[in-house]
Write a protein that binds this ligand. Sequence first.
Ligand code: 13P
Length: 256
Amino acid sequence: MTSPLLVANWKMNLPPEGIAEFVAALTRLPEGIEVAVAPPFPFLGTFAEEIEGRGARIERAAQNCSDRESGAFTGEVSAAMLRQAGVSHVILGHSERRALFGEDNRLVGRKLRQAIGEGLIPIFCIGEDEETREAGRTAALLERQIVEAAEEMENLPDVLIIAYEPVWAIGTGKNASPEMAAETHAGIRRIVGGISHETELVILYGGSVTPDNAASLAAQEEINGFLVGGASLSSEKFGAIARAMRQMEENQPAEG
Ligand code: 13P
């Protein structure tokens, strides 16, 4: 069984308090929860030094990786390089990469395959935009995001982490209600179950998670953790979200 997972996605930001202060404030995270932070690439080293120096129980994550192994791909960072740099998790298919950098389901699938092949743990992001939700086409879109990516992968991993991030909830202060998130997560579980019964599925919710709404979202059995943007830039808010997750230890994910 996998522990509840809390992931910070700093995006192209750094915590205003500074990396050292951020880590120093998070040396006593609640037991039973796994925590990972994804700083921008150039700060992975500084971040690693801080967590090692302070003995903080925080994993290092990256925000992206290449779908290629190595070679003349200017500006790309390979999964193997991340692994060598001590990164354990990688966020792939984030809606900002899809919307602003043209990543489609198949490219995301190839990145997932690379990451898994190199022993990284991918955090596979999916989610619908507002128009799709209003048109009642959310389930069909999520299914396409999962199925097309899965077609590019050899096999699904033993444990698959999916982050459900509705685009309309990202950075808007408008989170999905706990019920809506739980219902969508149950749908995602059915879709993945249709591809593989062997995969243990961990589904994170992301989109305007804050210390104020974390406890009510965490109370949903279908929610196995969070992917947090804005609120993850403050150690105070991020720590409060981690504490709100303590109740999740009982909400262990079922087989997918
Ligand atoms: P916010 O928490 O700022 O809404 O961002 C969510 C997100 O995109 C995390 O990947």
